[in-house]
Ligand binder design. Sequence first.
Ligand code: ADP
Ligand code: MG
Ligand code: MG
Length: 887
Amino acid sequence: MTKFVFDFAEGNRDMKDLLGGKGANLAEMTNLGLPVPPGFTITTEACHAFLKSGREPEGLSEEVSTHLEALEARMGKKLGQSDNPLLVSVRSGAKFSMPGMMETVLNIGLNDQSVRGLAAQAGNERFAFDSYRRLIQMFGKTVLGIHGEYFEEAIDAAKHAKGTTNDLDLDAEDLRSLVETYKDVVIKHAGREFPQEPREQMDLAVKAVFESWNTDRAVIYRRQERIPGDLGTAVNICSMVFGNLDMTSGTGVAFTRDPASGAKGVYGDYLQNAQGEDVVAGIRNTIPLADLEEIDKTSYDELMNIMSTLEGHYKDLCDIEFTVERGKLWMLQTRVGKRTAAAAFRIATQLVDQGLIDMDEAIQRVTGAQLAQLMFPRFDESSGMKQIAKGMNASPGAAVGRVVFDSYTAVKWSRSGEKVILVRRETNPDDLNGMIAAEGILTSRGGKTSHAAVVARGMGKTCVCGVDSIDVDTKSRVMRAPGGVVVQEGDVISIDGTSGKVYLGEVPVVASPVVRFFEGDETAVGDELVAAVARIMEHADSKRRMAVRTNADNAEDSERARRFGAQGIGLCRTEHMFLGERRQLVEDLILADTDEERDSRLAELLPLQRADFVAILEAMDGLPVTIRLLDPPLHEFLPDITELSVRVAVAEARGEEREGDLRMLQAVSRLHEQNPMLGLRGVRLGVVIPGLFAMQSRAILEAAAERAKAGGDPQVEIMVPLVGAVQEFETVKQDIIQVARDVRAETGVFLDFLVGTMIELPRAALTADQIAEAAEFFSFGTNDLTQTTWGFSRDDVEAAFFSAYLEKGIFGVSPFESIDREGVGELVRIGVEKGRLMRPGLKLGVCGEHGGDPDSVHFFDMVGLDYVSCSPFRVPVARLEAGRASG
Ligand code: ADP
Ligand code: MG
Ligand code: MG
């Protein structure tokens, strides 16, 4: 039969699947010989079985009884026994900690009789009734589902009657009567009496923990985080220790080092005569942990020893919860602690220097997302800025702009070139266009999982949310901050999504020291954080199998990316080279009636394109440069059809002849498409417009020849976009080969170059073996591949329904942000496999934005790509993640 219950002594920290995080770590501490109050854990499997059948699995109740009896025997008391009660806490604990799980219930086992036993046992009546009222309150709220406010109101009334705000001023008598009030609250709001039977209390609490696995909050969180829904939560039953006995008792939380900087020292808070969450709930002012040394040196010293044991054992920063009962220290929880991005890098290298971990492990202790955070520009701290409020740091970055109070104004003002910050009480899908237009988003309500926060993070946009100290009045178009600060629409504010701070006026922005370091600024290396980043990056580079290239369309971006460590260009788009002053030439080309006309326009474009390529090849000298032939549909280079129609109609009405406009309108109408994303673009253009791809290839190869003659080392890869069938590719490739022969004959330079294709249509992935017969490399265009696999166009759907999908957890993250492994990723895998089958050694890369996304980078490493390519700024992130993926 399945074993559903484990004594703390039977588990260890590797059993998180079965015992949950809390249970596994309680077991680990128990086996380290640390003072953990004895107890046992009911497994996640029991929860799973309960949720599946709606009943306690067979044998669970007996197994719990056996463990409870053993616990009672060991403690020398029985659960809820009237003269000498054993009390326990019932604590949830899943493998991953998540919102929505049931809160802990303490003091289970107390009832009208045993409360007296507890009083006698402790010689402290006040304490016993304080514990009892806490039990009814916690049980009422979390197990019986009564709104916590009813209990809060009752205790506030009791304090008020005493003329105090401090719970310690309530005496035994006050608490005894509060217990009665609480019992009435239970009857009134739960329609039943508070259960007096200790085992029933415990069983109901256990069941409530099981059921909390499926609260809405938990379900949505799991979908978003891609946590399987059938893991279930464990339940820990832990014998009580009491921090609320008297002033020689107390409860506290601590970190083994500073979670903000990584510095060693004593970090934590302590509260005397208190229980459980009191220390973080803000009911009274806590004292710094360091002060415990004066209050109770023995416990303090022991705690310091235990913390260093834990750090040595877990080889990482740990956070802990502890309680002191009449001068005796008890450990109630530990786990590897959360930390800021900066601390993560510092701590990783500090632990290496202490000999606790090696560099291989150190690179696993940091993430690309953390590195990206460190690369955001930040506000200049020395600028004497005026902080007006602080909220939650929902999405990092530093944004400055004029305050607007609605989406419409945000879009309008940003169209006219203003930078705006969208300020709302909270956002909803109607605000999306405004959020896209804004530099940053500020809300006065909602937490880190609010609409504003989730969507802003998805868009990589700065967001501060839940700034409850400001009042947003969208009707009068003002926001009021504490201290009488009034901000009108149009006033400039600055928001810091990394710290949650809000400033009045424009705060100057400076590059982060980490970016200065990547840019080659020697002075930045003095900084401890930068030094840590440098060490980690060096090691990641030495480990990684995949190369990292950049997406860049000009020499400037290429140079920067190279400084950031890019090993070539994975995607050089050529469309922007058709814009600006060249637009006229392109228009003429599209409108050309005769071959001669078209050829002459192409001939004019040739030298311009060539010059672009020369500069890029020079910046990337010695490194591969993948240049994509023209991809977007031609109408993108022509005037807007509606505007043009209006102009022609107006002219006609006035009886004017506008020959040019009329011709243009005909052309634009001819090229107009219902679904441009699926229209005449990519290789299709190359097939249909004679000479276009040949001209581009000529410009590329002539540029390469010029560079070679100048002593450079150009490494060109010509890439054909949107291929769906090998025949398309072959048609275009023939032309390119012909051009190459011509260029060779004309320049006398023999060039080594590759011709390959993008794989961005499902058909291309599925027929990759055929395409690989002709193509010398593949680059997965995962943006288009995502669009064509899902059948939606990004521009249309992101604003339309993505926020709803994200909120409902249908997407954990947008498939444009992070690769959809099961769908789009599977096509990539098939493309890789079939391509290599046909052409072993086929060069494979990815050039969609996913190339800079940490999770996607791991996926691309797993399927065996040779490189990823991403925007210059993401290059360090990709380097780090590629290194971590190889580790
Ligand atoms: P969370 O998952 O929210 O951290 P915990 O199960 O750790 O919840 O419990 C909430 C609070 O109650 C913590 O401060 C914890 O230390 C305290 N606590 C839990 N069990 C006991 C116990 N057996 N004795 C004393 N305090 C306890
Ligand atoms: Mg806890
Ligand atoms: Mg594409």
